[in-house]
Design a protein around this ligand. Structure first.
Ligand code: HEC
Ligand code: HEC
Ligand code: HEC
Length: 420
């Protein structure tokens, strides 16, 4: 064994250098995938300790905590083999064999390709700093904390059968993969059923991406519906929104802001265009009407006529930024007229926005982060309901009225989550 011919040693060195370069490329690609999959949205709470876990995620039965997925051997996944990692990410089975709560979006990740899971593993094994941070048990009370019913849940709802592609266009296929699997857009944008399962995992089911509730927000339909979906958005509008959080129709707020800054803003133009091509291929569900510019509200407000319910509050608290014609100031204050974020049946986002205010996403190309003040202290539930109904039904907008009870519920939920 000591007499290796020189050439052979040389070949081995070259070979291991090539393997090293492969490993580096794999880690780098894994880093990109982890961003596109937004693993950090749930597994990072302190940016100085990426992926150390500990984020509290509410569920109908109690709180669940994300885990430490850094390569620390004791408190993280340092002793996971590839097979253990693959089972956790794609099948929702922890190393000890217990089933993970679907707060971890494995129904979507089940469609990840083998290569991508390998590269993710390379990154989490060798591209992430180990962090010591012991996992936190769930706050779910006995007997619901027994994980065995999750077997049934998983068997019923997390099928890993992939859909039959309806196109062979590589850009569409890439977009479908990014939306359905890596980006797990449906985790928020698809309605959930009685057992908290996403009602659909791809476009072969008409519930897919037709809008879902998330905490006190509503993630609207991403289908081709004209009024409350992406029907009137161009491919470029979608790309701009995912890259910068803004376009002519709306600005990003609530949980979508984080999706943009942590994930989609860091994706390549090529991938964002693929997402847009896929989303533009989803038909609208309802035969909805076209929005028209309706001038009576703007004319009345311009004359100082605030007899309409909610109009006085609008003039006093909102019009300075969103203007009496509801058109806002392009690139600064978003329009409220024809803005799909206002027009879903579910008014949660509009109510939360008025109570909490917000700031536009900050990216390195746009650091202004223009804000909207919060009105929780100034406006009563009745006033919020009235002004929300007013903006949902002015300038050609049409949506269901918002009630005091709707506002009360969200105000209480916001207050209780702020207390914790
Ligand atoms: C929407 C939130 C969310 C996202 C996004 C998410 N996870 Fe998780 N993940 C969780 C939660 C919550 C748990 C713990 C579930 C439980 O305790 O049953 C978990 C558990 C895990 C586990 C099991 C760890 C263990 O200790 O056994 C692994 C591995 C994991 N996630 C990896 C990933 C990777 C890799 C990504 C990105 C591709 C990712 N997660 C994205 C929420 C998330
Ligand atoms: C954590 C939950 C969450 C995830 C994951 C998520 N979104 Fe969203 N999204 C929201 C919420 C809430 C809104 C409403 C706020 C807003 O308009 O910014 C929204 C809004 C949007 C809008 C604007 C729609 C409109 O009509 O105004 C688009 C487009 C969008 N999301 C695309 C995506 C895509 C593509 C993905 C996957 C890559 C994705 N979202 C993943 C929660 C989410
Ligand atoms: C000081 C300026 C200002 C005032 C006053 C203001 N807003 Fe806003 N509004 C904004 C900004 C900026 C955003 C975008 C915030 C974000 O992206 O998080 C916004 C966003 C919104 C949105 C979400 C639409 C979207 O696409 O982002 C709604 C709904 C809204 N405002 C309603 C109101 C109502 C109702 C009032 C009065 C009670 C009001 N605003 C007062 C500046 C303002």
């Amino acid at each position: 064994m000591m007499l290796y011919p020189f050439a052979c040693v040389c070949a081995m060195v070259l070979c291991s250098q090539a393997a090293y370069a492969d490993e580096e490329a794999s880690i780098e690609h894994g880093r990109y995938l982890a961003t596109a999959a937004d693993c950090g949205a749930c597994h990072t709470i302190d940016d100085t300790k990426p992926f150390a876990g500990g984020l509290k995620i509410g569920s109908p039965v109690g709180n669940i905590y994300s885990t430490n997925i850094t390569p620390d051997k004791k408190t993280g996944i340092g002793d996971y083999r590839y097979e253990d990692f693959e089972r956790a990410v794609r099948q929702g089975i922890a190393k000890d064999g217990s089933i993970l709560y679907p707060a971890m979006p494995y129904p979507s990740y089940s469609r990840l390709s083998d290569n991508d899971v390998r590269d993710l593993f390379a990154y989490f094994k060798n591209g992430v700093q180990p962090q010591v941070n012991p996992n936190h048990a769930t706050d779910i009370p006995w007997p619901l904390n027994m994980r065995w019913p999750l077997h049934i849940w998983k068997w019923l709802f997390a099928s890993d059968s992939a859909e039959k592609p309806k196109s062979t266009d590589p850009q569409w296929l890439r977009g479908a993969y990014l939306v359905q699997s890596l980006g797990h857009c449906g985790a928020c944008h698809t309605p959930r059923g009685v057992a908290f399962q996403e009602k659909a995992l791809d476009h072969t089911d008409s519930d897919y991406l037709t809008g879902g509730k998330i905490d006190n927000w509503y993630a609207p339909a991403l289908t081709g519906d004209y009024v409350f979906g992406l029907g009137k958005w161009s491919q470029q509008d979608i790309v701009d929104f995912l890259d910068t959080g803004k376009n002519a129709h709306t600005t990003a707020f609530g949980p979508m802001k984080e999706v943009i800054t942590k994930s989609t803003h860091q994706m390549t133009d090529e991938d964002l265009n693929a997402i847009a091509v896929y989303l533009k291929s989803l038909p609208g569900k309802k035969n909805d009407t076209v929005l028209i510019d309706e001038p009576t509200t703007a004319q009345a407000l311009a004359k100082g006529d605030t007899r309409a319910t909610g109009a006085q509050t609008y003039v006093d608290s909102c019009a300075a930024c969103h203007r009496s014609d509801g058109k806002g100031y392009s690139g600064i204050f978003p329009p409220l007229a024809h803005n799909p974020a206002l027009l879903s049946d579910d008014p949660s986002s509009v109510i939360s926005m008025i109570l909490l205010g917000g700031a536009q996403p900050v990216t390195e190309s746009d650091i202004t982060g223009i804000t909207m003040p919060d009105f929780a202290g100034q406006l009563s539930n009745k006033q919020v309901a009235e002004v929300a109904t007013f903006i949902r039904n002015s300038w050609g907008n049409h949506a269901s009225p918002v009630t005091e009870k709707d506002v009360k519920k969200i105000r209480e939920s916001i207050m209780s989550s702020q207390k914790k």
